[in-house]
Design a protein. Structure first.
Length: 245
């Protein structure tokens, strides 16, 4: 209930790069955002406890990248079949990309990320808003905000290891919890232990020095980060804007 009362005291207003920089340390990607097209922040309407009136959330919109196969799937190949310059021109007319959505850790789990997306997308003067999220299926706030998700098939070696883990009792839904997966791996006995160790080592052959990581939590976290490193593409069609040629 306390969280809900806090939410009611927050407003979405235009922001600036300084607002993003203040919260960037809480995002898994961090770093600078090049050429933002728009920034909005979520901040208390009046001073609120230790937060004061500082932003507690930020969303950054940027120009879209040129090549994206799932965009073609989602738009019925509207941007396909043209030379690169034509495609870039069409994208600049029609699409903006959500590059960052960050919520102050103390206020996560209250639906504020979805609120930022939902309230700001209609403010964008373009027919399409899109986003890519590595952990989109784990935390689907883009869908909660009204976007539609598209995901490509997993890389073959990822699919093979996911299947092998399932064989030894580690299901795909558990792959977001490295501690749990490590506990289950430690509990596996021969010959299943030799089987899954061999599959993990084969999976790691593509990662240079990582192939010799010891069989402990650090390796498990790395493996799981690669198994779930399959971006989900999200798209929202603005009902008030039509695609332009």
């Amino acid at each position: 209930m306390e969280g809900c009362s806090i939410c009611k005291k927050l407003v979405v207003v235009p922001g600036a790069m300084d607002d993003y920089r203040r919260l960037a340390c809480y995002h898994y990607r961090g770093g600078e955002v090049r050429g933002p097209a728009a920034i909005f922040v979520l901040r208390p309407a009046v001073a609120l406890g230790t937060f004061g009136t500082q932003p507690v959330g930020v969303i950054v919109y940027t120009k879209p990248v040129g090549g994206c196969e799932l965009r073609n799937v989602a738009t019925g190949n509207f941007f396909a079949g043209f030379d690169r310059n034509t495609v870039l021109g069409l994208l600049n007319k029609n699409v903006l990309c959500i590059s960052r959505v960050i919520i102050e850790p103390r206020l996560r789990g209250l639906g504020l990320a979805a609120r930022l997306v939902h309230e700001t997308m209609p403010k964008m003067n373009v027919p399409i808003v899109e986003a890519l999220a590595v952990m989109g299926l784990v935390n689907p706030f883009f869908e909660k905000a009204g976007m539609k998700a598209y995901q490509g098939p997993p890389v073959g070696r990822c699919a093979e290891l996911i299947e092998a883990l399932s064989v030894v009792g580690i299901e795909q839904s558990e792959l977001v919890d490295a501690e749990l997966v490590q506990q289950k791996l430690d509990a596996i006995r021969w010959p299943a232990a030799d089987f899954i160790e061999g599959r993990i080592k084969r999976f790691l052959q593509s990662y240079g020095k990582r192939r010799d990581m010891p069989a402990e939590i650090g390796r498990t976290k790395f493996v799981l980060s690669k198994l779930t490193d399959r971006p989900v593409y999200y798209i929202w069609f603005n009902p008030k804007r039509e695609l332009r040629i």
